[in-house]
Design a protein around this ligand. Structure first.
Ligand code: GLV
Length: 309
């Protein structure tokens, strides 16, 4: 068996070592131009050349939850694609989104700014029922985030492409129900996959429908958001602020106005990181199942490639 690895954003050696330990008979290598045909490849944002050259793959593993970078490439026909299926990402996303919602709800940014100035200033308690939180994208991450938010008793809404039924969540689906979802939401959390349909979905027209004092938490992809529209809605007071973890260009360029905007909290694409041990263990288990002849669609994290970017 031959396994290739390509991810310029992570240290390759520990991944290679764990794969070699799991498959001592296999050749496990970093991809390079002209590499011999492999059975499996673990990739993050691979070059087109890798996908064109690797004609014997039994599966491709995307080393992350979002497959948009991969889906924008020409894919080898008929090769099943798997993405990281939770592997410790969902709990991280739940932590991150809960802290952002709570920080906003409790006015903790203001409290901290006051404290730095030596001011003892208690914020006025707000009514939880005035802070409905709406999550766009009801996959593994979206559902985990909603389950975590439920503990704090915010009214919860969810929107996704296809209908879902989730306990304690008012759910909406498809473009026809988007406006109703937005109109009932004050704190909007974006966890959608990036596709041709969802690119720029966070724009002036959609964001202006949020309840007064609307707040945006974008933890999916920068290209979901029209940056200028967010700035305009903040300037007009239609939105009260945003927490942004993802950006059109990463790292966020030094001159970008988001950095210095007083109502925007920036984090460096860190809401849910790929955890190497959990992820490699999951991929190894999937390779075992594929080798044993299990159908790809019966294995978690299988990507329906018709959802092309
Ligand atoms: C991170 O953004 C991921 O898609 O895993």
């Amino acid at each position: 068996m031959r396994i290739l690895f390509y991810d310029l954003s992570s240290q390759a050696e520990p991944w290679l070592a764990q794969l070699r330990a799991a498959f001592p008979q296999a050749q496990v290598e970093l991809w390079q131009s002209g590499a011999a045909p492999a059975d499996y490849a673990l990739v993050w944002a691979p070059p087109q050349q890798l996908l064109d050259e690797q004609t014997a793959l039994k599966a491709l593993f995307n080393i992350g939850a979002g497959v948009d970078a991969l889906m924008q490439r020409r894919l080898p026909p008929g090769v099943p694609i798997f993405r990281i299926d939770d592997a410790g990402m969902a709990v991280q996303m739940a932590e991150y989104v809960c802290q952002a919602v709570i920080r906003h709800f409790r006015g903790l940014d203001r409290v901290q700014a006051d404290a730095r100035e030596g001011r003892w200033q208690q914020p006025k308690p707000l009514r939880r029922s005035d802070f409905p939180v709406g999550v766009m994208g009801l996959g593994v991450l979206g559902q985990r985030v909603l389950a975590a938010l439920r503990v704090f008793e915010f009214p919860l809404l969810g929107w996704s492409r296809t209908p879902h039924h989730l306990d304690g969540v008012r759910t909406y689906s498809g473009p026809g129900q988007l406006n109703e979802f937005l109109a009932g939401t004050r704190v909007l959390v974006n966890l959608l996959p990036l596709t041709a349909e969802t690119e720029n979905i966070l724009n002036g027209q959609t964001l202006s429908q949020l309840k007064p004092g609307g707040y945006l938490i974008n933890v999916a992809r920068g290209r979901h958001l029209v940056d200028e529209d967010l700035l305009a809605l903040l300037a007009s007071g239609q939105l009260s602020g945003a927490t942004l973890d993802v950006f059109r260009q990463e790292p966020l360029p030094a001159e970008h106005p988001f950095w210095r905007h007083p109502a925007i909290t920036i984090t460096p694409h860190t809401s849910a990181r790929t955890l190497r041990d959990e992820s490699v263990t999951q991929i190894i288990a999937k390779i075992h199942r594929l080798q044993a002849g299990d159908a790809p669609h019966s294995i978690g994290g299988w990507v329906k490639t018709e959802l092309r970017y």
